[in-house]
Write a protein that binds this ligand. Sequence first.
Ligand code: HEM
Length: 361
Amino acid sequence: MKLSGVSTLLCALSLVDGITAHPEMSKTLREIEEVAKTKRAESFLDWKDLDELFEDYEDFASGWSIANILLRREPAQKRTDEWSPPGPPGSPKCKADTCCIWAHVSKTLTELFVDGNGQCNDNARSAVRFGFHDAGAWRKGLDFGGADGSLVLSDVEINRRENSGLAGWRNKVKELVKKFDVGVADFVQFAATHAAVSCPLGPHMRVFVGRPDSSRTAPENLIPSPFGTADELIQLFQDKSISPHDLVALLGAHSTSKQRFVDPQRAGAPQDTTPGIWDVLYYKETLQQNPPAQIFRFQSDINLSKDRRTAEEFRDFAGRGGQEHWNEDYAKAYLRLSLLGVRKTRDLTECTKALPQSGDD
Ligand code: HEM
């Protein structure tokens, strides 16, 4: 993407902003600056990065869609019409459509993730965190790890300290993967996406299936610590091809989270006051001087909310229009996360139609 010419023009124009007196003029310049800011965040990944991350995206329609979403040339969210699977699981009609079985999986997940009051629950939280911890165990240059199902298939990875609390969801994944006869890596990421979509106000995320599975234990030290400094955390995610901006978007998953192991005395304490809702209160309450007593803030979240590279995004998501902004940014950032370590796009199929409409419908 050729942004340099546009950026130069915008930089020049933004310098004028300081000396212009006319309010309408400065409003226009501010808008232009906004665009420039978005473009800078967009340009974290470029075509060259995609060439390095994916072997073959140029040759396949799904590869192009993924590239376009990651470069923000296509939205990362999509509303679909209600779609009924063409047949029951295992039937020839169902086998003929890759997404059919996922629509059946989806019905089961909705029952698991949404409580009677419409809010998303502990299963949904576990599924989102599990999706992150499976995919997140990867960095650029590694030819294994990432979104490969190893958090289920390896008996070593799940016992690491950072994965405390994830064994229950792992057992459920094993049971359902067998029942529906689907790939483990795909199930883990489909469920993590489905969970966010099912929460009230959740994004209309796009989802792809077709990842290879691996039982090879992922390398250590790739999952962030809740005591990490901003420098450490930003570097850790950059090494995964995730920008500081996208890290902040992903952190919003703590809008639906609860902690049990950081401070066991306060086990069950949420990171915002509405853990059943996919809202931007997490950003607001993390930024507050005197946050509500019932929430528990991770030091890592506080550190990132104050760092010059990430603080502005915290404020943007917390501010006016933050919900829509965050939903689109989360959908895009999570798509990247859900494909960490996946090199080939030829076997990937978009199955967004198999997801429910999001919890705000
Ligand atoms: C700087 C990065 C991050 C750090 C340090 C971090 C740390 C943590 C910690 C310590 C917990 C509590 C675990 C427990 O005590 O039970 C937690 C929970 C959670 N995290 Fe993160 N996290 C990070 C990023 C993410 C990302 C990128 C996602 C997803 C996209 C995510 C989703 C969740 C969810 C949903 C929970 C709640 C799990 C539950 O309630 O069962 N986190 N995180």
